[in-house]
Design a protein around this ligand. Sequence first.
Ligand code: DX5
Ligand code: ZN
Length: 221
Amino acid sequence: MKPMIVAPSLLSADFSKLDLQIKCVEDGGAEFLHFDIMDGHFVENISFGAPILKSVHNIHKMVNDVHLMISDPIKYIPVFAKAGADIITVHYECFSSDEEIYQAIDLIHSLKKKAGLCIKPKTPVESILKFLPSLELVLVMTVEPGFGGQEFMDDMLPKILALRNYIDFNGLKTLIEVDGGINIDTAKKAAEFGADVLVAGSYIFGHPDTEFRVEMLRSLA
Ligand code: DX5
Ligand code: ZN
């Protein structure tokens, strides 16, 4: 059985020693590194921008998984692509039409990056099924976006299962990523319902056994 893909969220890392924190999660077997970009407008919080990604994107071998929680993603997709993103995920809720969403996906692909689409807890999963054939990743928020350390929302589990069934029935390769409140217990649930990638911030960082925690999440497939 393939191990789970673990995507440690840098939002919860100690920024005074980012290189050591990144090495630690890579040693634990993390395959993705999750960058939570927040503009203080689409979400309440402000996190960090492209300079951080530019500084660390090539000091490791993990996939640079960039989650744009910003109001004007189309404007910034080229900026994060240039700064070293491998996957660029945008939020369904910041577009006003399907055409705009396809425009964002096409722009990401034109820059030779992988495209992801994310839905907040209140957005029905049916809203994004049509985009799946164009996406390498779909991101299900299991907390309200904006902050780490929140409780996992169990009522998001049926969304994961609906995506798993749709992707498998249609023979798609889109990865299902789950983000928010992931710990060893909620990770088991997400994996059971069909998740491929687990984003975890506060469960992984801020503890003496960071590397072991990554290994534990990987083993949950
Ligand atoms: C929330 C971010 C999540 C968050 C995860 O808006 O998208 O990636 O940092 O943090 P935890 O794992 O602590 O919920
Ligand atoms: Zn995130």
